[in-house]
Write a protein that binds this ligand. Structure first.
Ligand SMILES: [Zn+2]
Length: 127
């Protein structure tokens, strides 16, 4: 019969360190012991770092998805009810952006608001 909790493995769920691989404190491997007792998840090199990297990757993917969702919402106001650009005027810069844009608050609205370019930009990682 096999032991459901092998005695030579770190008892922290997800950790794959075994006693023959390095320092242990009781049933905890050194990195898990330091991480749990210090409260610092950046201690050592454990499965937590893989999870942190995955969370960061998923957060970047979520940011990209949110940007695309917003673009869709504002490009399809007849379906989403979101505000949308109805045009621009004034001088145009080297990126073909106008000094002023007109924004309609909702599809079917009979008025629009004029916004002016500020030259403040938002950059996205990797773009
Ligand atoms: Zn461990």
């Amino acid at each position: 019969m096999t032991d459901p909790l092998p005695r030579n493995k770190c008892i922290v769920s997800g950790c794959e360190n075994h006693k023959h691989e390095g320092l242990f404190v009781g049933d905890l491997c050194g990195p898990c012991f330091q991480m749990l007792t210090s409260g610092d998840p950046n201690y050592g090199n454990t499965f937590i770092h893989e999870l942190q990297a995955r969370v960061k990757m998923l957060e970047r993917a979520l940011e990209a998805y949110e940007r695309e969702r917003n673009r869709y919402r504002h490009a399809n106001p007849e379906y989403t009810g979101a505000y949308f650009l109805s045009g621009g005027h004034g001088t145009f810069d080297s990126n073909c952006l106008p000094q002023y844009v007109r924004i309609v608050p909702a599809y079917g609205c009979a008025w629009e608001q004029v916004y002016e370019k500020t030259d403040r930009t938002i950059s996205y990682e990797g773009s």
